[in-house]
Every structure is written in C-alpha cells, then in structure tokens.
Design a binder for this molecule. Structure first.
Ligand SMILES: [Fe+2]
Ligand SMILES: [Fe+2]
Length: 532
C-alpha cells in the first residue's frame, strides 16, 4: 500500500543521506530520523492507537501529528521516551511512543512522527469498527526472524522473513498478531541491530496497521531487565494489564465483536526456553548480576488471575461474540520439534474451557497445525490430553464448519520465517502428539533439558509440513442473516525461498451471536467440559 501523501507546511522534509546505515538529516542539529516506525492498538481498537519509533540517540521534542489525510496541522501529541541498554553490547536504545485517542471508529487517519531537526516519517491507519457495525480482517503468524544475516550471523534469517510481510500486506488486514519469537534477538551477537533489522523489515506494513505481539522465549534476552524482556517491553507501546513491571507481557484489546487476549507463556511453561549460551558467555557479570533465564512462575499467579478476570468480563460483555487468545508455546503439537507444554495445559486450558475461548493462536513449532475443537481432557490422561469435542464440525459442508460453543480450536502458525522449519521426516505418526511433561535440573549456566512424552493425538485435525512457511488470515463477519456470526480461517503457505503464499487450509467458525436478552450471556450457550 502506498502511504498517503501528506502536506505539512511547518516541516520541511529536506534531503536525507545514509551514514553508517542510519538515515541522518544534514542540518545543524544532526538529529537522526525516526526509524522502525510501527503501530499498536490500545485496549479499544476503535478509538486508541499508539505510534512507536526508535532513534540511535536521544532526540528533542519527539511528537506525533495526526488527523484526517491532508489535515494534520491542528494535532500534536508529545511522545514518551523509553530507553534501555542492552546487557550484551552495552548499546543504548532510544524509543518513542505517542498515544492517540479518543479517535473515531471505523476511520482512516494519517500521521507523521518527527522530532527537532529531523524529517518526518509518515503513515496511515484505520481504527476498528465499533461493535458489530462492520467486518474485521486480521492475520497472524509466529517465529519470523529477519531477512538478512545480522552481525556475525549467529541468529536465524531467511528470505521468507521478508516475503511474509508482503504476503500479509496484500490482504490489507486491520491488524496483525505476532505469536512470539519475533526476531530471535537473544540468539544474536548483535541484538540491537537484530531488532533494528526486524522493525526495518516489518515497518512497510506495521506503519499502516498495528502489529500486535505476544512475547516468545526468544524475546527473553538474559541480562536485559529482571526477566530478560526489557527490550521487548521498551520497544512496544501496548495496552496495560494493571502492573507496570509486567507492561506488555500480557494484555487484551477489542476489535469489533472480538476480544483478543495476548498471553506470556514463559510464565507457565516447563520448558527452559530463555537460555542463551551467547549471553551466558558474553554478558558482563552474568552470574554476579543474578541473571536467571528460567522464569517459570515469575508473575506468582498474577497473569492467571488477570486472565480469568479478563475472560469473565469478555463473556459478560454483550458486544463480544468471539474470544481469541494468542500466545507462543502451543497446548498441542504433533511436530516432534519442541513439543506442547504441560504447563500451558495446566494453567490455561481449564480457563479456556470455563469461559469458552473460541480460538487460540500459537507458534514455537515452526509449521502449521490445526486442532479439532477441544474441551476438557481425555479421561485418565496424566498428560491432560485435550479431548475432542463431541461434535467437532459439520463435515457435509466445504469448507468445514465448526461451532466453537462445543470446543476451542487451536492453531499453531509458527512458519513466519525461521529457516529451521519442521521437516516432514520429523513429523511422526499422524496420531502422535509430543508433550514436554517435566524438566531436568539445571542452573543459570546450564539449560534445563525437557522431559518429553508422547500421546495419542486425536485432537489433530490438519497439519502442513510441506509448506511450512506461512501465516493465517481471519475474516470476521459480525452479523449474518439468521443471527449467526462467523470467522473464515485461511492458512496461506509457501515453500522455502518462495514469495508465493497460497491458501492451503480453510475452515469456518460459526455460531449464534450473543443474545443480550439471555441471562448469563454467552456462557449459557457453552457445552460443559469433562476434566480428569
Ligand atoms: Fe521459534
Ligand atoms: Fe519459541
């Protein structure tokens, strides 16, 4: 999409030139230009947007100009500066965040970000429709990495990490969900440059529509803050969760009739996913500073309590038909790659059942897999294997239709671009799942090894290891004739090195809209769960 042409008399863009990889403005101040510009929705996507950017040095009077296309002169919002120093390299990163709201629902806005002595960087975005007043399309993937080698090339990179941005952009979604493992900065010897490469790659989409992240294990950069997530937390301006120390690690927002919940699974996962030998050996004072990559349980149950309140509130809200959760580590996997994590099953799935979460999106496994709707667990299963709902789908239709009142559909969409995909030979028998059921002893110096078990995987409905690179799109129709609402789900897959993303799986989620007159709202229509 071409950016809107914006006329602004007060700012002279002037000429730019490249210097040491950074765009600098050759005026007296020498201020660097805004870079890595990206958007996020606030808790209400119909009225709140945060515009974020970075600079390689502190800047003066960072600000956002926003308004209708062609009419920006009257608005000016000061940006908040957030700074962190990377523990591995000592580099200081300067980020800026400008919160805009209240805005008009279902409207297009133009904006510029600028600071003293710099040329502006412009973009546009749309706010979400309010309630059921219009359709909503969004997209999702996890595990992207960056398109080119960064530093010594210790982190992952692939051409598909670039191509998938163009593929998403072609669908013109309202927003995009990132299911963790964004750029693998904790695996890079040049983490700050890796983040810059990441945002430099996605900004051609993220400047025009929010890219909303859930943190993955590779956003854990040991030494950066008490849990390793200081870089992630500093770089994004996300809806609050009531605890400033946990800013951005979990949150929720509403877009049309959909409540979308981002979770941080490293709080509950058994797997030791944050360990990085590069940072163990390279962060000055690693042991003396008390760096601990294994952060399971860090919130002390706070995230779980927040999630329950959030899901209960969503189900009391007569304007919410759909609850979508996105997170990193999956609850089910047949990939024999990392595996599903028992901690996710123990902590989240009972709440997903109780409150009838419709759809769960994950990554971590670098392929695509879709579950049947699940509710409760297989009787007697020590691994808490999810049970397939009694009526998984209406198979006489094409594409298959699923009524999510009967169970939650899980998608693993981990083919955003990491070059180490799940090869078909590593995908074991069609009906065998893999579960991380325990953890061996370890320390901040030695990664804890996972204890892995297998299970029957009757829950697995479809998986695609032949086109492991891909993303999914979700077309929400809020109000259909006959009182139903639907989400059409499409997986778009590509082979390695290909720009050609094609539909490879399609299913429609459909159910009655919430009836405000019905006592108990949506919960009254849910089918009960059986738990072991
Ligand atoms: Fe990953
Ligand atoms: Fe991961």
């Amino acid at each position: 999409m071409e950016p809107a042409r914006i006329q602004h008399a007060a700012i002279n863009p002037g000429a730019c030139f490249m210097l040491s990889g950074l765009v600098r403005h050759p005026d007296a101040s020498g201020a660097p230009a805004p870079e890595q510009v990206h958007l996020q929705f606030g808790a209400d996507a119909s009225s709140q947007v945060t515009v974020s950017w970075a600079a390689p040095a502190a800047v003066a009077r960072p600000r956002l100009l926003i308004g209708e296309p062609g009419a920006l002169a009257g608005s000016r919002i000061e940006a908040q500066e957030r700074v962190y120093a990377d523990a591995l390299t000592g580099e200081t990163v300067f980020t800026y965040h400008a919160f805009a709201g209240p805005l008009e629902p279902g409207s297009r806005y133009a904006y510029e970000v600028v600071h003293d002595g710099s040329p502006p960087v412009s973009g546009t975005f749309r706010t979400a429709p309010r309630g059921r007043s219009g359709p909503v399309t969004f997209t999702s993937f996890g595990d992207q990495s960056v398109p080119e080698p960064v530093g010594a090339g210790t982190g992952p990179h692939s051409p598909n990490a670039r191509y998938v941005v163009d593929a998403v952009e072609r669908l013109d979604p309202l927003f995009h969900l990132l299911n963790g493992d964004l750029c693998y900065a904790n695996a890079s010897d040049a983490p700050v440059a890796t983040w810059a490469s990441y945002f430099g790659n996605i900004t051609r989409s993220a400047r025009y529509r929010p890219w909303m992240p859930a943190p993955g294990n590779h956003e854990n950069e040991p030494g950066n803050g008490p849990r390793g997530y200081l870089s992630y937390q500093t770089r994004f301006g996300l809806p609050g969760n009531g605890t400033p120390a946990f800013r951005g690690q979990w949150y929720a927002f509403t877009a049309g009739p959909v409540r979308i919940v981002a979770l941080h699974n490293d709080d509950v996962c058994l797997q030791d996913g944050g360990f990085s030998g590069l940072r163990r050996d390279g962060v000055p004072g690693y042991l003396a500073r008390g760096v601990e990559p294994y952060i399971r349980g860090y919130s002390g149950g706070q995230q779980r309590r927040w999630l329950e309140r959030e899901l209960a509130a969503a189900r009391r809200d007569e304007d919410i038909d759909w609850v979508v959760v996105f997170m990193h580590q999956p609850a089910m996997s047949s990939a024999h790659f990392n595996g599903a994590d028992l901690g996710v099953r123990q902590n989240w799935l009972p709440l997903f059942d109780t409150y009838g979460v419709d759809l769960v999106l994950a990554g971590h496994e670098h392929h695509y897999e879709r579950s049947h709707p699940v509710r409760g667990v297989v009787p007697g299963s020590a691994l808490l294997t999810p049970a397939v709902a009694a009526r998984p789908s209406f198979r006489h239709r094409e594409p298959a239709e699923i009524d999510t009142r009967h169970g939650t559909v899980h998608l693993t969409i981990g083919g955003g671009g990491h070059p180490y995909t799940v090869p078909p030979r590593r995908v074991h028998g069609r009906r065998e799942g893999i579960v991380i059921a325990g953890i061996e002893p370890g320390s901040p110096l030695v990664q804890r090894r996972s204890v892995v078990e297998t299970e029957p995987a009757a829950w697995s409905a479809h998986r695609d290891a032949k086109a492991p690179f891909g993303f999914a799109s979700f077309e929400v129709v809020p109000a259909e004739p006959g009182g139903t609402t639907s989400i059409a789900v499409t997986y778009w897959g590509a082979v390695a090195g290909s720009r050609d993303y094609r539909p490879r799986d399609r299913v429609v989620l459909r159910k009655p809209r919430v009836d405000p007159s019905r006592t108990g709202g949506e919960l009254a229509g849910l089918r009960p769960a059986r738990r072991a």
